[in-house]
Design a protein around this ligand. Sequence first.
Ligand code: ARG
Length: 457
Amino acid sequence: MKKPWSGRFTEKTADIVEKYTESISFDKRLWRYDIEGSIAHAKMLAKQGIIPKKDADKIVKGLKEIYKEIESGRFKFREELEDIHMNIESALIKKIGEIGGRLHTARSRNDQVALDIRLYLRAEAREIISLLKGLETVLADMAEKHLGIVMPGYTHLQRAQPVLLSHHLMAYAHMFDRDRARFEDALKRINIMPLGSCALAGTTLPTDRHYVAELLEFDAVSENSMDSVSDRDFSLEFLSCSSILMMHTSRMAEELILWSSEEFSFIELSDAFTTGSSIMPQKKNPDVAELMRGKTGRVYGNLMSLLTTMKGLPLSYNRDMQEDKEPVFDTVDTVKLTLNALFQMLPKIKFNERRLKDTADAAFSTATDIAEYLARKGIPFRTAHEITGKIVRYCIDNNKRLSDLSITEYKSFSDVIGNDIYKFIGTLESVNAKKSYGGTSPEMVKEQIKKFRKRLK
Ligand code: ARG
C-alpha cells in the first residue's frame, strides 16, 4: 500500500520500521473522533473556498461511509499505513478518488492527532464525571440509610473517638466530589480546538479555525500553533486527576478489605462481589476491592510514563509523543471499570451494626469527652488532658471501664467532676454532642448530607 508521504523516498520502508512506528494497533480507538474532525475540517475548507463545495460534499459522504464500515467491523486497518489518520485518509482516497486528497489541505497529522485526543478525552472526562456523580449519590444514600450506626473512628489505625458510620461514608463522598471538580476543571483546558495549527507554523491558506471549533463544540481555539501541536499537558492533567481519584478509591478499597476481615468483622461483602479460593473451601476473598487497590499502581505508572515521555522534548511535535496514547487509554479503561465496580459493590455491603457499636464502646474512646468536660468546667485543656490520662491509667490498672468508676473515684481525680459526668462517657452521647460545624453528631451529618445533595444537583 502506497504511503501518503512516499514522494521523496526511493527505498521501501523496512519491515521492522513499520512494526516499530505503527500506532494503528492502539490509536484505531480514535476513529470516531478522527472522522468527526475531518468532516468539520472539510466543511470549513469548502466554506472558505479553499476546496470546491462539491468535493467537500463527496469527502463528507465518503467519511460517513467509512464511519459505518468501522462501526460495523468491516473496515480493514493496515499496519503499513501507520496510524488512524493515514488509514482513514487512504480509505477515503480509495473510495472517492484523487479528490479525497483535498481533505488534508491546511492541516497535518500533528494538529489532527491533538484534535483527536482532545475530542476523545472530552467525551471520556464527561463520562467519568457522570460516573463520579453516581458514586457520590450512592454514598449519600448509604449515609442517609445508616444514620443510626455508631462505629469507632480511627487515627493511626488505633481506635480514637466514636463517629457515625454515615460520617465516615460521607468523608469519601467529599473526596469523590473534589475528584469530580478536578475533572470538570481539566475539561476547561481539554476543550480547546488545536486543528489548523498544521505542522507547527499555521498555513498560508485562508482557513477559519473558529468555524471548525464551532462545528465541534469547542469552547475556544488554541492561540499558538507551536504550542497546539506540542502540548500534552491536558492529557497529563487528565492522568493526574485520575491518579488522585484512584488514590481515593484505593483507600476506600483498603478499608473494605480490612473491615471484611474476621478480625474487624465490620462488614460483609456480597457473594457477587467476592471470589473463592481454589484450595481453601471456606474462603471468601475481597478480590474486587484488592484489585481496586492494585490497579492504582498502573494509573500512577501511566502518569509517570507520560510525564517522562514529555520531559525534555524540544518544540514542537516529536514522534515520542505517539507514546502518549496507551497510558491515556489504559487509564480511561481502569478508571471507568473501577468506578463502575465500586458503584455496584457499595450498596450491597451489609454492616454489622452490633459489632461496630461494641467496638466503639470497648476502648476509652470517650476520654476526649471527659477532657472537654473538665475544660468546660474551667480547667485549662492541657491540665484536663493530664487528669483524664490518669483516669484512663487507673481504669487500665484496675480493669475497669470509664462507666464503671464511682463518683468518689472520679472526684479523687478532680473535685470539679460532678454526677453529670456520666452523661458524657457513653458512646452515643459522645457522638450526639459533636455538634461543631462539620462534626459527627447526627444533626450535623444530616445537615452535611442535605448540603451535599443540593450541590450534586
Ligand atoms: N501517529 C502519530 C502520533 O500519534 C500522528 C502524528 C504523526 N506526525 C508525524 N509527523 N509523524 O503522534
